[in-house]
Design a protein around this ligand. Sequence first.
Ligand code: DAH
Length: 347
Amino acid sequence: MQAQLQAVLAKAAAELPAVLLRPELEAAKARYVGPNGEFTALMKQMGAVPKEERPAVGKLINEAKGRLQVLLDEALARIAAAELAAQLGPTIDPTLPSPDPGPGTRHPLTLVREEMCRILRKVGFSVADGPEVESEYYCFDALSTPADHPARDEKDTFYLPADARFGNVSKKDPAERYLLRTHTSSVQIRTMLRGEPPIRIVSPGRVYRRDTTDATHSANFHQLECLYVDRNVTVRDLKALLDHIFAALLGKDTRTRFRPHYFGYTEPSFEVDLAAAHLPRVNKPWIEIGGCGMVDPEVFAAVGYDPERWTGYAFGMGLERLAMLLYGIDDIRYFYQNDARFLRQFA
Ligand code: DAH
């Protein structure tokens, strides 16, 4: 019996280390310890062993069984390690310099923002900035947005806790609340309070709204705001500038149209639509792109400009929407996922 056990073990020890695949291992296991296995057959002989020899033989069998199990376990571990290595690909040395560090690419929103600012700089606008944490005054009150306007609702605007302190944003009134700006129009007020006309600014930046994220909405997105204040500014100037910048960004076949609308800070006010059938994935004749209008005299009064003397236009638009049109992107969430496969497509 002992010799037979040794023989089976020796065979297993020779065979199992060469097994490289799971099905082969399963087959080998069946050959040794399956119902018709060689080892199983030896164990069945126990019944024929004289009673006094049984303890000794039993011990031998148990030892042999343990050694066989070790051989099977080792084979399985080796196969599992080989499978994992195959999934991980070639081994790398992470201490070596990257073989292809690559220059990286600019984000599509950065590209559109920079291109818009370049177009506007060429016609005399300069870039202005404002804080993303704002007070109600700059975001709403000075822009003639009444206290009961839906945009001010807690459901739509992120307010900061009443005891929050932001040293770099001054409040006009201690009772005012801080919020995350819902539009870049707040920069209009900051710019006008800082100096005298003429003013020509473009202000790109992040804005926040309590929106549920889907293919076209994000609680955090980007806008681009423009303000022009001078003498004798007309709606014609506004339309001409918008026609110019959209043609420059999206191609000369792009057309714009105004639809009457209401904004508290402009009078008259319009929504701006684009027709750009030449762009990829544009399947609507007109696409809404932003809001605009002639600066309301009340807003001039709020910042201490003489409404009799000064006229102006303002507009604001979403940068994501522009980038989606320009590049044929159909889901706003791509912008924020930092997936290199998406980002690498932009020069
Ligand atoms: N602030 C508006 C918005 O977020 C867009 C806008 C409308 C900006 C009219 C303006 C304007 O400057 O004059 O929807």
